[in-house]
Ligand binder design. Structure first.
Ligand SMILES: Cc1cc2nc3c(=O)[nH]c(=O)nc-3n(C[C@H](O)[C@H](O)[C@H](O)COP(=O)(O)OP(=O)(O)OC[C@H]3O[C@@H](n4cnc5c(N)ncnc54)[C@H](O)[C@@H]3O)c2cc1C
Length: 328
């Protein structure tokens, strides 16, 4: 029997998110490791994704299971998990790969329980050992140690840390089969109901979900001086983060720390203010799409990771940025 690897299509506001392409690359690598013929199947639940799905073929997906329904327009844990479990019963996969986003971490736990499947979260790597068993490598103890986890059941559900996912270059599209399925779980049968959705304030958004992050370091200073970071974040619609010294000073809570012992993030844009760029810090943000850094020291390591560097005092530069941004 052929190996079938499912990848979960992460999407937001009708657009497939880049972590999805990273998952396809992981699936391709796993198939090559297994060394047998197999398929990569993308599974998408949502509404109005039709135009987005064919591009998955350019990254190596051969089949898409697309379930379109207005009830699937927004994430609903019970409905999504039951729908996926029902699809998995009809088209049994060997692996189900997701990125460890807040939504997927809810979904994978529900799905694991429904399928009675092995689940390993926050993977850094998934490989095949000498005995042909899948092994997941994941960080434990705040990233100080790594753990190898083996599976002996199928399917295996694995969520990857978004920061380890590499975005492959698209290739020429191979033929892709889009199987459109309809919702088989009657929404009135569900035990839970979404009453309303409240948009989060970007400033307080979970760092792993934020599109834009404004991070402050020791160079911003203690106490009130950190207010400019909040002001800049408000002006750009970003979420606030810090380096370890800032967390140690209790200016921000621990969940706002970026780095090896904090969060690994991949926002569209990160603005680093008064941050030197120690490797324990950059380990958590180096996969950001665009990086801006403001630092008084032209030789600061952070500039090596930056698309745009501003050599200057944050207390002079940031107000200059905030003023026109507020006007926009
Ligand atoms: C095991 C271990 C794990 C760690 N994990 C993490 C982690 O997860 N996250 C993390 O952040 N750190 C972590 N660290 C700490 C890390 O090594 C660095 O010490 C830390 O990242 C430095 O933070 P910083 O850049 O804010 O401060 P500094 O290294 O002190 O840099 C401050 C920067 O601000 C600049 N500056 C000063 N004044 C101004 C000004 N007015 N305007 C503009 N620029 C200015 C300076 O030129 C300097 O480059 C860890 C360390 C260890 C040993």
């Amino acid at each position: 029997m052929q190996t079938d690897i499912w990848i979960w299509v992460h999407h937001r506001e009708g657009t497939v998110e880049e972590v999805t392409f990273g998952l396809i690359a992981e699936a391709q690598r796993l198939l090559a490791d297994i060394g047998e013929e197999g398929t990569v199947t993308a599974v998408a639940l949502g509404a109005d994704l039709e135009d987005e799905l064919p591009q998955l073929g350019t990254f190596g997906v051969s089949r898409v299971l697309y379930l379109e329904d207005e009830y699937l327009g927004f994430y609903h844990g019970e409905l999504f998990a039951r729908t996926l479990a029902e699809l998995a019963a009809r088209f049994p996969p060997n692996f189900i790969l997701m990125a460890h986003t807040p939504e997927a971490s809810d979904l994978c736990a529900r799905l694991g329980a429904l399928l009675e499947a092995a689940l390993v979260t926050r993977a850094m790597d998934l490989k095949i050992d000498d005995q042909k068993n899948p092994v997941v490598i994941r960080p434990v103890a705040n990233g100080y140690l790594f753990q190898d986890v083996c599976f002996n059941s199928s399917p295996c559900i694995v969520t990857f840390l978004p920061a380890v996912l590499n975005f492959p270059e698209p290739e020429e599209s191979k033929s892709i089969k889009i199987l459109k399925e309809s919702l088989r779980i009657p929404p009135e049968e569900l035990q839970t109901k979404v009453i309303r959705r409240i948009e989060a304030d970007p400033a307080s958004l979970d760092l792993e979900e934020a599109d834009i992050v404004v991070a402050g370091g020791r160079g911003v200073g203690k106490g009130d001086t950190f207010g400019i970071i909040h002001e800049l974040a408000a002006a750009v619609g970003g979420s606030v983060a810090g380096t370890r010294p800032v967390i140690d000073w209790l200016i921000l809570p621990y969940e706002r720390q970026i780095g090896q012992t904090g969060k690994s993030i991949t926002p569209r844009l990160i603005i680093n203010c008064g941050i030197s760029g120690a490797n324990e810090y950059t380990a958590g943000m180096e996969k950001s799409r665009k990086v801006i850094a403001i630092n008084t020291d032209p030789r600061a390591r952070i500039f090596r990771f930056s698309d745009l560097g501003i050599v200057g005092d944050v207390h002079e530069v940031v107000p200059l940025l905030i003023a026109p941004l507020k006007e926009i």
